[in-house]
Design a protein. Sequence first.
Length: 212
Amino acid sequence: MIAYHTLRADMRTGSGSSRQKPWKIGETRTIRGGKLELCKRGFHSSLTAFDTLEYIQGPVLCLVEVSEPEQRDTTKQVSRTRKLLRAVNVSTELRLFACDCVERALLREREQGREPDERSWRAIETSRAFARGEATIEELAAASSAAYSVASIAASNAAYNAAYSAASSTASNAAYNAAYNAAYNAAYRPERGWLRQRFDELVTSKLEAVTA
């Protein structure tokens, strides 16, 4: 069956016994013998690209073919065999997705009569500029630090935590944390549909455009 997975930029997994061996397109790996168990043993994957965000290991989004899962929950599954069909680095898209999540959360704050701190807006601007290659890592770090100051003061405000997350130095962390906090700010379930749609528009579409 077809599924999705993520890898680090060096094509290695973030965990498991095979983490030191880079994956190659077209490669198949199989676990022989023993029991598979979610989060402990086996090749993990998700049925949608969006669901990989919850377990993201790095900026490389992968299309994989897996054997029939032996265990699964709502967003992940574990199989004995996994074949890497396609892979693409989506660092830029993940960061832009994070920025969109935060902007949406801050606009919601404004609509409710709570004007967001300017440092949170600047975190979005700098993060987007960094994604376009128009800001340095030092500028990104400064924006992150400023946004963190705001988040520390308003500790219970998920929108400000999301703004801080968007300026993270790691795009995959920025995407996950910003999406989570933005959704939490709006009551998670109703917001999930928009998050999934936007993720597919920005991130999943890049993988789909890769020729097998």
